[in-house]
Ligand binder design. Structure first.
Ligand code: ATP
Length: 284
């Protein structure tokens, strides 16, 4: 038996940090949605009690450090599954990019193994399992568009943003999420994004308002550490993207674009700066 799952990338339309908690995590408030750029995950049952990971991408761990491996082990342990699984990750999402590629792979593995082994686990329980693997995994389990609070695990689904093009560009640097959060001075944030503004733009289906309200508190840290990300934002605005923001902890920058006719100019202009450029639609 074999199953397939798509693991789409996420972007943050807003990312706010309210404060640093006593347990060391940051209390966040984020509006997240998914885009049509996805890894493809194949899961094949093995009669032996083992988990094997493979991928065409040479630059991700293929052992227990891989989040898909951790997802498989968690579900096997928790539901006492004796069979093993061979998991192939066809990676399309750039790694360590702020697009939650690893988290989405983990979430897709939970969904896929739930089907493969006919475990009948409900969405709530899958999200709880996901929270044990990482802060972005619960959102990736169900996808759509949602407000995430807590450390990312408290989710409230909301309606989709107005459909548009999304240009993603990742400069050739890798950014560690924990380093960026570690360097954020949560008590001294210069400007908090307006979560309410983003929510209103979505409710009223106003693309122009959405573009104006995008905000990510982590830009304060990443843009100072990596000036190429700041430069990439400026280039994307100059090329005509209507709303531009860094996703997650970066370094990927995304631009929202309302008209398809604008895409070739922006896409080609960005290719002069980075190899990883994608023009996709929102997954609504
Ligand atoms: P987030 O936005 O959730 O912080 P990210 O997009 O910044 O995630 P990932 O692509 O998830 O980053 O990769 C972060 C790290 O996780 C990398 O250093 C990578 O080696 C490791 N990793 C583990 N499993 C995977 C996976 N299945 N795909 C990609 N990276 C993985």
């Amino acid at each position: 038996m074999k199953v397939f799952e798509k693991a789409p990338a996420k972007i943050n339309l807003s990312l706010d940090v309210l404060h640093k908690r006593e347990d060391g995590y940051h209390e966040v408030e984020m509006v997240m949605t998914m885009v049509d750029l996805a890894d493809r995950i194949e899961m094949q049952e093995l009669p032996r009690d083992t988990i094997i990971i493979s991928s065409q991408a040479g630059y991700i761990p293929l052992d227990e450090k891989n989040l898909a491996f951790q997802a498989a082990r968690l579900i096997k342990d928790r539901y006492d599954v004796k069979q093993g699984v061979y998991i192939h990750l066809d990676k399309k999402i750039p790694v360590a990019a702020g697009l939650a590629g690893g988290s989405s792979d983990a979430a897709a593995t939970l969904r896929g193994l739930n089907r493969l082994w006919r475990l009948g686990i409900g969405a709530d329980e899958l999200q709880k399992l996901g929270a044990e693997l990482g802060s972005d995994v619960p959102f990736c389990v169900t996808g759509g568009t949602a407000i995430a609070r807590g450390r990312g695990e408290k989710l409230e689904p909301i309606e989709s943003p107005p459909q548009c093009w999304v240009i993603l560009a990742k400069p050739p640097i890798n950014v560690s999420t924990s380093e960026i959060y570690g360097k954020l001075n949560a008590a001294g944030i210069r400007k908090h994004p307006s979560t309410e503004g983003v929510l209103r733009a979505i409710r009223e289906k106003r693309f122009d308002l959405l573009c104006g309200e995008l905000g990510n508190v982590l830009e304060e840290v990443t843009l100072d550490l990596y000036p190429e990300v700041r430069q990439l934002k400026e280039v994307m605005i100059k090329l005509g993207a209507e709303g531009v923001l860094m996703s997650g902890s970066g370094p990927t920058v995304f631009g929202l674009v309302s008209k398809e006719t604008k895409i070739p100019r922006i896409y080609n202009g960005l290719r002069g700066f980075c190899k990883d450029v994608f023009a996709v639609r929102l997954l609504t």
